[in-house]
Design a protein around this ligand. Structure first.
Ligand SMILES: C[S@@+](CC[C@H](N)C(=O)[O-])C[C@H]1O[C@@H](n2cnc3c(N)ncnc32)[C@H](O)[C@@H]1O
Length: 169
C-alpha cells in the first residue's frame, strides 16, 4: 500500500506517518511515484470501490492521499488520468479526530476499509489493529463492511449502501 503524502497535516496526529514508521505502508511525496493503473482512494469521485478493483489493487497497488480535508480537492487531479479513482461507500470514522463522522476516514481507516471490501479481511484486521482505535473502527462498521465485501460490483455496493444511509443523506 502506498500513501502519497501532501505534508499539510499535523505530523503528530498523522496516521499515514505512523503507519509508515511501523513499516505498514510505503510513503512518497511525488505523484509520479504512484503506479499507473493503481486504485486510488478518492473521496471526491462518484464510483464506489468494489471487488471489481481487486486485481488492479493487487497488481498495481492501493493508494491513499494523506492531505488535510480542507485541501482534498487539490491533490487527486494529477493522478486521475492514469489511475482508478474510487470512493469508499458509507462508513463511520472511529479515529479520535473525526470520531462518529460519516465518510471522513483517516488514511489508515480508508486503507483498512478498502482491504476489507476487496476481500482481504484478515489483512485489514491485522493492519488496523496496530492502532488503538482500530478495533473500534471495525466493530462500528462490521455490518456495513461485511455487506460491501459480499457485493460483486460497484453498482451493487452503491445499492447495498442505500440500506445504511441515514434518512436525508
Ligand atoms: C483527507 S486524508 C486525511 C488524513 C488524516 N489527516 C490522517 O492523519 O489520517 C484521508 C485520505 O484517506 C482516504 N479517504 C478517507 N475517506 C475516504 C472516503 N470516504 N472515500 C475514499 N477515500 C477516503 C483518501 O485517500 C483521503 O485523502
Amino acid at each position: 500500500m502506498i500513501v502519497l503524502h501532501a505534508r499539510d497535516c499535523d505530523p503528530k496526529a498523522c496516521t499515514a506517518l505512523r503507519a509508515h514508521r511501523m513499516g505498514l505502508v510505503e510513503l512518497t511525496r511525488h505523484p509520479g511515484d504512484v503506479p499507473t493503473g493503481a486504485v486510488v482512494l478518492d473521496p471526491t469521485v462518484e464510483k464506489a470501490l468494489s471487488r471489481e478493483d481487486r486485481d488492479a489493487a493487487l497488481e498495481r497497488g492501493l493508494v491513499a492521499v494523506d492531505c488535510s480535508w480542507e485541501h482534498v480537492h487539490r491533490y487527486f487531479g494529477p493522478l486521475r488520468r492514469r489511475c482508478r479513482h474510487r470512493i469508499l461507500p458509507y462508513l463511520i470514522a472511529a479515529n479520535p479526530v473525526n470520531y462518529g463522522k460519516p465518510c471522513k476516514l483517516s488514511t489508515v481507516e480508508a486503507l483498512a476499509a478498502a482491504l476489507y471490501i476487496l476481500g482481504f479481511r484478515r489483512e485489514a484486521e491485522e493492519f488496523i489493529s496496530r492502532f488503538k482505535w482500530g478495533p473500534a473502527f471495525l466493530e462500528l462498521n462490521r455490518e456495513r463492511l461485511e455487506a460491501y465485501r459480499r457485493a460483486e460490483t460497484s453498482a451493487e455496493v452503491v445499492r447495498v449502501q442505500e440500506e445504511f444511509l441515514p434518512d436525508g443523506l
